[in-house]
Structure formats: C-alpha cells, structure tokens
Design a protein. Structure first.
Length: 383
C-alpha cells in the first residue's frame, strides 16, 4: 500500500494496523458533503482485484498530533457495528491535504432521510433507533462522550443485496453508523466558555456553559426521537440564535406530535428532562427500546407483563406516520419581548436562516456566561 513519506504518520499507521493508500488507488472521486469538521468525498478504492465504495474525509485544519491524541480515546469503539469503520489514510495530490479513508454509507445522513423514516412503520423506526442508541451506548461504555450528537452525524447504509447475494431494491433493513467521534474534534480549539454544535441538539446545561457529560448526548438523542415522529428538524420554524437558546433553557421543547405512542413520549420526555441527573443512561434506553422490539428468549407472548403488552400495542395501533407531518409546523412564540433588545446584542455572527437542511455544527457565537446573564435579566424582570 505504500508509505506516507511522513515518519510519524507511517509509525502510527503500522502501530494501529491501518493502511496508507496512494491517491492513484482512488477513482470517481466526488464531493458529497461538507460539515463542521471537514469535507467528505465518495470514491472507488481499487485494491486486491476488487473495487470498493469508500468515503474520503478531508478534515478542516488537520493537526497530526491532535489527531493522534484523540485517536487513543476512540479506537476502542471502532469494533462496534454502529461506529463508522476507518481503514487508513491517503493524501490529496492536488492539495497535499491528508484524507481519512472510511466506510461509505450509501444513504447519506439521517437528516437527508427523515421524510422517508417518518413514513416508515413503527417497527422499522424502533429498529433504527435501537441501532443508534446501541452505538451511543458503546461510546458511553468506554467512558467517552460524543459531544456533537445529531442527525447529521448518523449515517444510514442500505445493502442492495439480500442474504443470497441477489439485488433487492425492496430490502428495508438499514445499517446505522455513528460518525464524528472526535477524530478531528474542534471543541478544544474554541474558547473555554464557547458553545459548539447545532442548537436544538445542545442540552440546556451546555448552553448555560456547564461541562459536557453523557447526559448531554441523551438529550441530543431525545431530539432524534422527536424527528422520527415529525420528519423535520426540531424548531425548524425558528431561527437558531440566542433567542431560541433562552427558550430552551427556560424549558421549551418541540411540540409533541399527534398520535405518537404514549410510552414513546414518556421515554422522549425523560431523555430531554431539564435536570441531566434525571435523564436515563444509554443502557437504560437500550433496554427500554429492546423490550419494545425483541421478545426475550424463552418468553412466550402470553407471558409478557401487561404494561409492556400495552406499550407494544400502542405501536401496532398507531395511525400511519404520514399524518404526523402536518402537525409539526405549528407556530411557537419567541422569548418575551422585554428581553428582545438584550438578545439582539449577542449572537449576530451566528444567525442561521430558517432553512436548516444544510446546517452544520459550529460555534454559536455566544457564551454560556452571556446566556446566563440574559436569563438573570428575565428572572429579575419577572420579580
């Protein structure tokens, strides 16, 4: 496979059992997306007499030493089937930029598939959610925190062939990959009190400037749960600015979509609880969703307890999901007008239009300290 001509990189690749791919091993290279951490390309990798679809990620401001430091915390998760697999590295001959060679997900990210997902059966939705939370649980099990968990960092792949190796366009089973495990984590490069991410997925305590914890990832997961009932981004009718962050910190959450099963609502609300200590762990969420979709070995249907039986029936009897999209666009009021001038004084650099489909993780342009000052003003005005 060759060498990178960088002694440190070559030593790292050898030590971690990765590979260096020469750039001429790739063909049909095509840009498929840009995110907060870099640009991603689709390519065909030709080696060992076969062609394989892969993704090439070119990180923004790639720092070799920083990548090595981050890798030691994340390589422990890479054997999980829900974590994106990394094969090695290459270097763009035109720009001399390093590129990470990884698995290609042919259905792109979850955000681009929300309209399809929301129209799926509850059985399929729960199976996808189960894979997502299982991947996050694997991260937490190794005492790691994702810190930027949202629908743009969850990738979907659909095998085109069935178990017999034949083409099957109707196959419904999705593979789920969690990406952006901090391999090029930019959070450290921001000011201590800065906030990074996509606003609706950021827990209120993080908006207030508190340290990241695993409970923040659970909050982010609750927003993904909500997307599975709505088919749209949370607060899609709002501008993602300081004004919305104040509303979130005051307890506002996306409006519950009509006809959502009550047991699902209950779990979602637990996951977005204002108090991070009251949110369930990933293992608890895994257990809950698993009970909804997988009958324990040796247990007969008639032996299931009544509560679980009722929960399962809620999903079975739920109306078609296509009817849920209509109620997702109800108007939601902004924060109180008496603080609008204060809100207008911060966050101008990060105002985002109400078309959020291409939104990426970014510094929000205001700090937790500034947000807390606004919340104190609101509190004083009420008093």
């Amino acid at each position: 496979f060759g060498k990178s001509e960088d002694a440190i990189m070559d030593e790292f690749i050898l030590d971690k059992n990765l590979k260096w791919f020469t750039y001429n091993m790739f063909k049909n290279i095509k840009c498929i997306g840009k995110g907060g951490f870099g640009t991603v390309y689709k390519a065909i990798l030709s080696y060992e007499s076969e062609d394989k679809e892969v993704a090439l990620k070119c990180p923004n401001n790639f720092n070799l030493n920083e990548f090595f430091n981050e890798w030691k915390y994340h390589e422990v998760c890479l054997n999980s089937p829900e974590i994106i697999k990394l094969y090695g590295f290459t270097k763009d001959e035109n720009t001399s930029n390093y590129m990470i060679v990884m698995d290609y997900a042919n259905k792109s990210d979850l955000r681009g598939n929300l309209e399809v997902v929301v129209k799926s059966s509850w059985k399929q939705k729960l199976h996808i959610l189960y894979k997502i939370i299982s991947g996050l649980n694997e991260i937490h099990r190794h005492n790691l925190i994702h810190r930027d968990f949202h629908d743009g960092n969850i990738l979907l792949h659909k095998d085109r062939k069935n178990d017999e190796g034949e083409e099957d366009e109707d196959k419904e089973d999705y593979k789920v990959y969690i990406s952006e495990l901090g391999l090029c984590q930019p959070v450290k490069s921001f000011e201590k009190d800065s906030i990074f991410g996509i606003m609706p997925f950021i827990a209120p305590e993080v908006l207030r400037g508190k340290p990241y914890t695993s409970a923040n990832d659970i909050y982010s997961f609750s927003m993904i749960m909500w997307e599975f009932t709505s088919g749209i981004l949370p607060f899609s009718d709002r501008t993602y600015n300081a004004q919305l962050s104040v509303s979130i910190c005051k307890g506002e959450r996306p409006e519950i979509i009509d006809n959502t099963p009550q047991c699902y609502i209950n779990l979602m609300k637990k996951c977005w609880d204002e108090d991070p200590f009251k949110r369930p762990s990933t293992s608890e969420v895994v257990d809950t969703i698993k009970k909804w979709i997988i009958l324990p070995y040796g247990i007969k249907v008639e032996d299931i307890n009544e509560e679980l039986k009722c929960n399962i029936m809620e999903f079975i009897n739920a109306p078609p999901a296509a009817t849920l999209l209509d109620s997702a666009s109800k108007d939601v009021s902004f924060a109180p007008k008496d603080v609008s001038l204060t809100l207008a004084s911060i966050g101008h650099s990060s105002l985002i239009t109400k078309t959020h489909s291409n939104i990426i993780s970014r510094s929000l342009g205001f700090t937790g300290r500034e947000l807390n000052e606004i919340l104190e003003i609101i509190k004083d005005d009420k008093n």
